[in-house]
Every structure is written in structure tokens, then in C-alpha cells.
Design a protein around this ligand. Structure first.
Ligand code: GTP
Ligand code: MG
Length: 198
């Protein structure tokens, strides 16, 4: 994928603050600190388009980015981080659910998991939500560089089993080595194409 432009549009917490719904959108969701923002930066070949942080829970707003004037990437705030204040955590559910249920231009969600961790309740809840709202999704298993090749494969199998999905439905990725970047783009373009009429 050739990236001609990648621009921050706006941040929002509620539908009235979303940018005009004109371009097809792909959202990125996953646990706090899993690497959502880093994945977006890798996809668009920018180190700092999206702020990344070693402190979990950094992204607390829905951030919209215009990519090539043809699609919008939506960086969703992460879930499941205990040290985020209770008041912030309580807002997460309604904020995300409003986006997932109301956004007509949303073509699919990239669900991101850490290769070292077995999916937890919140991950399963997210996947159930997507099913419930009939939103197409792809699964990315990131931070692959943190494990040996052998352990990557073992963990990938364990994660897919916990989620009851097939191997071909997931992409192993690393923002550090850029492993899987092309495969993620392919899957995203596929989401955009398959949902172009809806
Ligand atoms: P929140 O916005 O807080 O929910 O986090 P996030 O999911 O956007 O994660 P972010 O991209 O900010 O990354 C969190 C930390 O993980 C940062 O220190 C990144 O440098 C690191 N990280 C992200 N992806 C990778 C990866 O593939 N490999 C390695 N080794 N580190 C990564
Ligand atoms: Mg982030």
C-alpha cells in the first residue's frame, strides 16, 4: 500500500463530535497498551502520526485519521487497564458502543491481541459485540518480536483456540520488525471491498 497522506482529523467522545461520515472507516480496538497506535503508525509508515506510550490507557478519546483521502482509520481507546480511573473506565463502554452501533461508515474493526497473553473477558466481550452488531472484523496478534518463532506459533494457536477462530483469520504482526504489515493491509482492503455496498 502506498501512503500518500495520513492526517489527524479530530478526537471525539460522542457522536456529535465525530467528523462527517463520508469515507469508509476502519477502527482499531484492543486492550490498553496492546499496540493499537503503533500498528496504525506502522501501516501508514509514520513514527508519530498517532501518539504511543509505554503507559497503558494513554488514548482515552476516539481519534480519527484521514488516510490517502480515501479512508479513515479510527484509533479507539484501549480497555482493561485497572489503573485508569474508575470514572474514565465507566465511560469506555457507552463511548465505544455508541461508535460501533451508530457509525454508518464503519466497514470493519481490527481487533488487536498481544501474542504473550491469552484473551481475557474484555477481549471476548468485544468480539461478541462485533458479532451482535454484525460488524466485520480481523484479528491481529501483535508484539510477535517479543517471543521466539516457536513460542509465537504456540501462543497463536492458544489464542485462536480461546476465541474459537481459524488460523487463516489471524495475522501475526510486529510494529518493531514490521512483520505482517502487508498481510494486515491486505485484510483491511478486503474489509473495505467486501463491505463497500453496505
Ligand atoms: P493505549 O493507547 O494506551 O491503549 O495503548 P496502545 O494499544 O495504543 O499501545 P501503543 O501503540 O501506545 O504501544 C504500547 C507500548 O507497546 C509502547 O511502548 C510501544 O512501543 C510498544 N509496542 C507496540 N507494538 C509493539 C511491537 O510490535 N513490538 C514491541 N516490542 N513493542 C511494541
Ligand atoms: Mg493508543
Amino acid at each position: 500500500m502506498i501512503i500518500k497522506s495520513a492526517e489527524f482529523i479530530t478526537s471525539a467522545t460522542k457522536p456529535s463530535q465525530y467528523p462527517p461520515a463520508k469515507l469508509p472507516e476502519i477502527a482499531f480496538a484492543g486492550r490498553s497498551n496492546v499496540g493499537k497506535s503503533s500498528l496504525i503508525n506502522t501501516l501508514v509508515n509514520r513514527k508519530h502520526l498517532v501518539k504511543t506510550s509505554s503507559t497503558p490507557g494513554r488514548t482515552q478519546l476516539i481519534n480519527f485519521f484521514n488516510i490517502n483521502e480515501t479512508m479513515v482509520f479510527v484509533d479507539l481507546p484501549g480497555y482493561g487497564y485497572a489503573r485508569v480511573p474508575q470514572a474514565v473506565r465507566k465511560k469506555w463502554g457507552p463511548m465505544i458502543e455508541a461508535f460501533l452501533s451508530k457509525r454508518k461508515t464503519l466497514k470493519g474493526v481490527v481487533v488487536i491481541l498481544d501474542v504473550r497473553r491469552t484473551p481475557k473477558t474484555e477481549d471476548l466481550d468485544l468480539i461478541r459485540w462485533l458479532d451482535y452488531y454484525d460488524i466485520a472484523s480481523i484479528l491481529i496478534i501483535t508484539k510477535a518480536d517479543k517471543l521466539s518463532k516457536n513460542k509465537q506459533l504456540k501462543q497463536q494457536a492458544a489464542i485462536l483456540q480461546a476465541l474459537a477462530v481459524d488460523k487463516q483469520d489471524a495475522v501475526l504482526f510486529s510494529a518493531k520488525t514490521r512483520l505482517g504489515r502487508d498481510a494486515v493491509w491486505k485484510a483491511i482492503l478486503n474489509l473495505l471491498e467486501n463491505n463497500s455496498l453496505s
